[in-house]
Design a protein around this ligand. Structure first.
Ligand code: FAD
Length: 394
């Protein structure tokens, strides 16, 4: 008998893993296709909003490396601001290879199948089914595959969820044109250090880089230190800035493992379902990264969850479920992302003023931390905050 999946999910990051878990849990036949060998590394600070826990019926404790209760800001390495966050649940720090693979393993436990080391290279919709073409290499990194014996597979499914991140080809293969997003860029470096105890501090530096920030996030066995640029219109030597910043923590940047990666930041609502209503974009493939903070894990999980719900409903006969997915994401995420976009323009246009007038205020940081941790939304604070902000810039 022909092997036909209810849904093929491309990408095993938080968006793909969440979608797979939620569909497989409901008894649907699901295949995850991932080009890397799992567990795979993803360049990321690994700061995760604890609100994601309430969207799952399994416990994430085993993959939380640290819980952060303090933020420290600096401006050109000086003028520090130390803030103890007033949060119900502190911000999580995770290692992405552990965190992402943990979700995938939960999905496998409830029946999802996984092909890793398998790269999707084409999709075609015919006879009312997706034909997904992928190449598998027995060993090695994708870039080495040309030299390895390859095997092409075609897998078939009723629905597709593209969760292949900022660098994936799926949106293009599915015919999504003129994507609305801002492409940011980041370099992340892993530095090992002695154990940093719980209650540790997340560091942010705003003066050394234009249109972005530097961070140093504590893990139980080291730091994820990085530099992110959220608008790519300035020529800057990011490596040398990150290297300068590392010295503050006695880290020799040149001896760290460094990884560059684009970030697909939200820059307007857009259609997230294919014209034939048989495929959806989720996670960073849907350009849902917060344009102010570059937070992408929580929105990826959220869209993965909603994409799974939409496909599940469509498979049980709801003909508007796929279209509604786009509407739900616009309603649930779009409004807040627009506010974040406005704040981002202000912060990165007037970083010095924002540092002195906003970031130094503990109340502003606590509000921001509550937004990050899911205790508040941008839209809960805007009216009052925008009035205050307006006064500051007069
Ligand atoms: C340096 C950096 C730091 C960051 N720090 C944070 C942070 O601290 N907190 C936060 O919330 N967000 C952070 N982000 C953003 C966050 O990492 C991403 O938004 C998040 O990983 C997106 O999840 P995703 O599931 O959509 O995609 P990804 O996690 O990118 O996963 C996509 C997967 O698809 C696979 N894939 C791609 N193409 C194919 C193909 N053709 N076939 C099969 N598989 C394919 C990839 O190998 C990958 O495993 C950071 C981003 C960067 C670059």
């Amino acid at each position: 008998m022909e092997n036909i999946y209810d849904c093929i999910i491309v990408g095993s990051g938080p968006a793909g893993g969440t979608a797979a878990y939620n569909l497989a849990k409901c008894g649907y036949k699901v295949l995850i296709i991932e080009k890397e060998s799992l567990p795979r590394y993803k360049p990321c600070g690994g700061g995760v909003s604890p609100v994601v826990q309430k969207w799952f019926d399994f416990d994430f404790s085993s993959v939380i490396s640290q819980k952060v209760k303090n933020f420290r800001y600096t401006w050109h390495g000086h003028d520090p601001v130390n803030i103890e966050l007033k949060l119900k649940e502190p911000l999580w720090m995770v290692r992405r290879n552990e965190f992402d693979f943990f979700i995938i393993k939960q999905a496998q436990k409830v029946g999802a199948e996984l092909y890793d080391k398998t790269e999707v290279i084409g999709v075609q919709f015919k006879d009312n089914l997706w034909h997904v073409k992928a190449i598998h290499a027995a060993l090695g990194e994708p870039r080495l595959r040309r030299e390895l014996p390859q095997q092409t597979k075609i897998e078939k499914a009723h629905y597709l969820i593209a969760a292949d991140g900022a660098k994936g080809p799926m949106a293009g293969l599915l015919g999504f044109k003129q994507r609305k997003h801002t492409i940011g860029g980041a370099i992340e470096a892993e530095a090992s250090t002695v154990s940093v105890k719980n209650g540790a501090t997340a560091h942010f530096e705003f003066g050394m880089v234009k249109n972005g920030y530097l961070w140093n996030f504590p893990k139980i066995d080291g730091y994820s230190l990085g530099i992110g640029v959220l608008k790519n219109n300035q020529k800057q030597n990011l490596k040398s800035i990150a290297s300068e910043y590392s010295k503050i923590f006695n880290i020799d940047f040149n001896t760290t493992k460094q990884y560059g990666h684009p970030i697909s930041l939200w820059n307007g609502n857009q259609t997230l379902h294919a014209k034939n209503e048989k495929a959806l974009l989720a996670g960073e493939a849907a350009c849902i990264v917060d344009p102010l903070t570059a937070e992408g894990i929580r929105p990826s999980i959220f869209t993965g969850l909603k994409a799974a719900k939409a496909v599940g409903k469509a498979l049980s006969g709801d003909i508007s479920a796929i279209q509604n997915y786009t509407k739900i994401i616009h309603k649930e995420i779009g409004t807040d992302m627009q506010i974040a976009n406005n704040l981002s323009k202000m912060l990165y246009m007037f970083p010095n003023i924002c540092y002195n007038k906003i970031l130094k205020r503990h109340s502003a940081t606590n509000t921001m931390a509550r937004i990050l941790c899911g205790e508040m939304r941008y839209s809960d604070v805007t009216k009052e905050t925008f009035v205050q902000l307006g006064k500051m810039f007069k």
